[in-house]
Design a protein around this ligand. Structure first.
Ligand code: AMP
Length: 402
């Protein structure tokens, strides 16, 4: 690996190890954590550091606090969940810098875990302030960054702090970066990408990067409507689809550029049209020449398209996927997303496909398809995952290069 990992940090016995995690979990109005995934995924790194005899200081952002003392966004609300997942008591300090923190760290024993208060209680965190990073790391010997989901931001704890001490990525970031490198930077080919979702305008950077890197690009979901119109299907219009008329020229340019890079673009061959935008509304599958110009909306792609995408998957070795193929939140318009996701999962289980997916709604779409644990890797990192797919350098990852 080209990045520094925990293995490069040497003996951690008795060392004060500061771990930048992402504990930004969803919470209800009574401060109950509603999904512990982010906590659970950080725990293996914490346990490894404890087993190496370190004193582990966990830091994280949480929500969007309005300054210090915004108790709604206090990390104290997650202490019980962290203790449960870790199977060990966690000491909590209600600040992340200052004397209180120094004293608590000085009183720690090896193998203990201390959680500090929300980093974003200080504006300096988001500003990437070096002095704040110095105060934050004042008592630490070693720094580990494990918050891949924040790696697209040059915040103090993501960049400045890593430069002040011997630093490395945690196991979660290592896993994520490995999966992303295998999928886009060093893939086994043929490499296929599936891009769905609502609008072309939000995915321009993604499409422009993918056409340079992938062998095949499947475009589906609402964003395919603009490409269908651009390819001459006139019955696709603003009354029945998510076509973006001001993006038609851009779509044509993308298709042209794809050709020059040797990337095959795969568009829908049939669509599911619905009378209304609601679950189980009257619907039918139609070929491209039969799309009704009025009175129906294009909410999913049909069986012919599903079969075509699946056979392209059969011929591929690596898949990257962002965005649902249809309106997966409403049955039966989750059909195409489900069937293609299940086929990708089967190929993955058979060892024939390395499958990576992520970004926004993709995680829930794949969970809805029942394949949440059946892809090679599903990234929950949202913005950071997308920026990586867009070919951008993530400051929080770049700073950990060897
Ligand atoms: P995005 O955040 O851009 O990946 O978009 C995800 C959203 O795209 C989901 O909420 C889907 O319901 C929506 N979507 C996918 N296909 C369609 C479609 N054919 N018509 C309308 N919305 C769609």
């Amino acid at each position: 690996m080209n990045y520094k990992t925990i293995d490069d940090l040497g003996n951690l016995q008795g060392k004060v190890v500061m771990l930048r995690a992402d504990l930004n979990v969803p919470m209800d109005e009574n401060f109950n954590v509603t999904n512990t995934a982010r906590i659970d995924r950080t725990v293996p790194t914490i346990k490894e550091l404890m087993s190496k005899g370190a004193k582990v200081i966990v830091i994280s952002h949480f929500g969007r606090p309005e300054g210090k003392g915004d108790m709604k966004n206090s990390l104290s609300h997650i202490v019980a969940n962290l203790e449960k997942s870790l199977g060990k008591k966690v000491i909590f300090v209600d600040d992340c810098i200052g004397e209180k923190v120094k004293t608590a760290i000085a009183n720690m024993n090896n193998n203990e875990v201390l959680l500090l208060e929300n980093l974003r209680f200080y504006d300096e965190e988001k500003k990437g302030d070096e002095n704040f990073a110095k105060e934050l790391t004042a008592s630490a010997d070693v720094y580990i960054s494990d918050a891949f989901s924040t790696a697209h931001r040059a915040h103090a704890s993501m960049v400045a702090a890593t430069k002040l001490l011997p630093s490395a990525m945690g196991r979660l970031m290592e896993e994520e970066v490995n999966a992303l490198e295998k999928s886009l930077s060093n893939p086994i080919r043929p490499l296929i990408a599936i891009v769905g979702g609502s609008k072309v305008s939000t995915k321009l950077d993604l499409l422009n990067n993918l056409i340079k890197r992938v062998n095949k690009l499947v475009i589906s979901g609402g964003m395919a409507h603009t490409f269908m119109k651009a390819s001459g299907i006139d019955t696709v219009n603003e009354n029945n689809s998510l076509v973006q008329m001001d993006m038609i020229e851009t779509a044509k340019e993308i298709m042209q550029a794809a050709k020059s890079h040797g990337c095959e673009i795969i568009l829908p061959q049939d669509v599911v049209v619905s009378k209304e935008f609601k679950p189980n509304a009257e619907h039918k599958t139609v070929g491209l020449g039969e799309i009704p110009a009025e009175g129906w909306s294009l909410l999913d792609v049909g069986e012919k398209t599903i079969a075509s995408i699946n056979s392209h998957l059969d011929e591929s070795k690596t898949l990257v996927w962002n965005g649902p193929l249809g309106v997966f939140e409403m049955k039966p318009f989750d059909n195409a997303t489900n069937k293609v996701a299940q086929h990708a999962a089967e190929l993955t289980a058979a060892g024939k496909l390395m499958s990576v997916a992520g970004g926004g709604d993709t995680v829930s779409a794949l969970a809805n398809a029942g394949v949440a644990n059946k892809f090679s890797y599903i990234s929950t990192a949202g913005g950071a995952f997308l920026e990586w797919m867009e070919g951008k350098e993530l400051p929080g990852v770049a700073v950990l290069k060897k």
